[in-house]
Design a protein around this ligand. Sequence first.
Ligand code: GLA
Length: 374
Amino acid sequence: MLAKKPPMGFNTWNTFGENINEEVILQTADKMVELGLRDAGYEYLVIDDCWSEHVRDKITGKIVPDHIKFPHGMKYVSDYVHAKGLKFGMYSDCGVYTCAGYPASFDHELLDAQTFAEYGADYLKYDNGYRPTTANGRTLYRRMAMALRNCGRDIVFSACQWGEDEPHTWLRGAGADLYRSTGDIVDTFESMKEIALSQMHKLYAAGPGLWNDTDMLTVGMHGHGNVGGADRGMTDIEYRTEMAIWSFFQAPLMIGCDLRRIDDECLRTLKNPYLLRINQDEDGRPPYIARDNGERAVLFKLLSGNEVAILMLNLTDRAARNPSMFFEDVGIPAAWGKGLRLTDCFTGDVKYCRELIEEEIEPHDCKCYIGTLE
Ligand code: GLA
């Protein structure tokens, strides 16, 4: 199993779109190390769409890196990334073209998998654009899964299937390590919220070996870049809420902001040790909805070592006294005389609660705890 825990890393798409090149990748690799992100667990550096020439090599049939964007080729970039103690990710698509119109892997799966293996790739994001209308979507993903297994290198298979065709029901069997469950994120609270709510009742499907990919994080973008959304992007509180939701969902944590410009607050959010512990928990048990209030849902998650985690959301535009969570509902009857000792994941403050937890939560904010039964 290649993805025992949700992959963590960086992906170029959110900020750079087609404006990628060797310099950007090398600088990002440097920043992942300098900012302590590699040591916090962010290990994959993934190059998304727009990295190649518009036509394959006429003799070998291979996809060729854009010679202006990547003048030393992809192995050079991959070697640099590896020398930094990071892992290297590539991008292709199951159709005839990638979403941005570059050559994709339909009918070239094995050759492309071998090419990515030659580059030293450790991860492949495999998109869903421009599928031939005659082709069965499931078969196209099965093909690349088989090609990756036969390319001579371990490559994590990130199936970017946009949630079409109930991917959580078949992509584990088809050999994927993660499945994109939604359309593309934009750096606005509305986009993030829509994605979160769309997956709230499907969290049971993700676990070791197949993770629910709710798209790259927008934390730190502040409205800049390729999926910048509104002019200011999200607030620091909203980014924190995004990070908490992705952590509870056990979604891959792929940073999408420009790491050369990230501010301290967002860096703290990305490196929050409690949230990373919840996201990367060894057992990988999905959370469940302990109180189903829609936009004010409360999620409860069992962690390894008998710890638990609680996420209380207020995705509405009004301050809310609820949501509250009754311990009875998560298997802690009042008659036991026990409660939860809870550490606030954002402040580190500790408190003890019995029977229920209730919070006043500001609009778009959340409360998040790790605790033990005592
Ligand atoms: C699709 C994917 C995005 C990104 C773009 C690239 O829209 O969902 O994540 O990879 O293609 O063109």
